[in-house]
Design a protein around this ligand. Structure first.
Ligand code: GRG
Length: 300
């Protein structure tokens, strides 16, 4: 048998991404600052929700998008962590019996299963509060910018953002919906945090308005792509078992309405448009685009 003497190629981008993810995880743990008291169930539940092994997509996007526009990493890291706190809070709520009623998240029991529903609600509220605290005390950023960034996050979470998207999904998802209704809901429940991530990066980097507009468009495409991919995985028999599958059964998703193949084609279309938009801002082989391709492994 011939033995190859060529050493395996190191993927420096993947290495760099792994290192960045490590910095994000360490910063998240630092910013959580829960008490070491073992009887502090809220602290333990916040840690379980936030530090469990998620992909950290939103912080990665903020840091890569902002650094490539010339901003420093440290404040971007904190803003990304704030977004991750909101994301974790939304997952805790989404998993509860009154919403998706899920038992498994990131390969572990969901927060309400482990700690009880009362603790889960309080944990989500505490994570949300901590997210705003982190932004308001981000060092290196002028206070006016911090106030604007608090506004960006509040808009993304509130009654015209995540909350509205989740409400529409819960109350309208069980009846037949048109494509436009589903994409509008997906835009709010999934796209809003991506839009906030890219808007924060652009604001910290003092990007020109045309760059901000292009990033906003890319975020909308990303929200649609991400939710489509999530829905495609929900119905896939060979998807990794990290969360309850089949939760979308009976729900009017794009996959249910259009079928797997058409949904996959739509997803390709979104990814292609994101690639065009991001290349226009950062050039054709930018880190953000390379991250994007890693986000949809089952598509390639
Ligand atoms: C008040 C914060 C707050 C929210 C209230 C519950 C709610 C409204 C919104 C939930 C919206 C929701 C669950 C959207 C799904 C988004 C989505 C595709 C999540 C999966 O994200 P990944 O793949 O997960 O990044 P990991 O685990 O890797 O972080």
């Amino acid at each position: 048998m011939a033995i190859s003497l060529v050493p395996p190629q190191r993927d420096t981008f993947a290495d760099g991404l792994g290192a960045l993810r490590g910095r994000i995880d360490r910063r998240l743990a630092h910013l959580l600052s829960t008490s070491a008291d073992e009887s502090d169930l809220i602290g333990a539940a916040m840690e379980a929700a936030l530090l469990s092994p998620g992909k950290r997509v939103r912080p990665l996007i903020v840091v890569l998008a902002g650094c490539q526009l010339g901003a420093r990493e440290a404040p971007l890291l904190d803003l990304g962590c704030a977004l991750e706190m909101v994301h974790a809070a939304s997952l805790v709520l989404d998993d509860m019996p009154c919403m998706d009623d899920a038992c498994l998240r990131r390969g572990l029991p969901t927060v309400h299963v482990r700690f009880g529903e009362d603790i889960a609600v309080l944990t989500a509220v505490a994570l949300l509060g901590q997210a705003f605290k982190v932004i308001s005390s981000t060092s290196e950023l002028p206070s006016l910018l911090r106030a604007q960034l608090v506004g960006v996050l509040a808009d993304a979470v509130g009654a015209q953002g995540l909350v509205r998207g989740q409400y529409q999904d819960l109350r309208e998802g069980s009846r037949p919906r048109r494509v436009g209704e589903i994409t509008a809901t997906n835009h709010l429940k999934t796209g809003a945090l991506f839009a906030a991530a890219l808007e924060m990066a652009a604001q910290v980097a003092h990007a020109h308005d045309d760059v901000r507009m292009t990033l906003r468009e890319a975020a909308l495409e990303l929200g649609q792509a991400f939710q489509l991919y999530d829905d495609l995985c929900d119905g896939a028999s060979d998807a990794p078992l990290c969360k309850d599958l089949g939760k979308d059964a009976g729900k009017s998703t794009l996959v249910a309405l259009l079928g797997q193949e058409a949904a996959r084609q739509r997803l390709y279309g979104h990814v292609q448009r994101i690639a065009t938009l991001l290349s226009g801002v950062y050039g054709p082989d930018c880190p953000l685009l390379r991250l994007l391709y890693l986000l949809f492994p089952r598509l390639y």
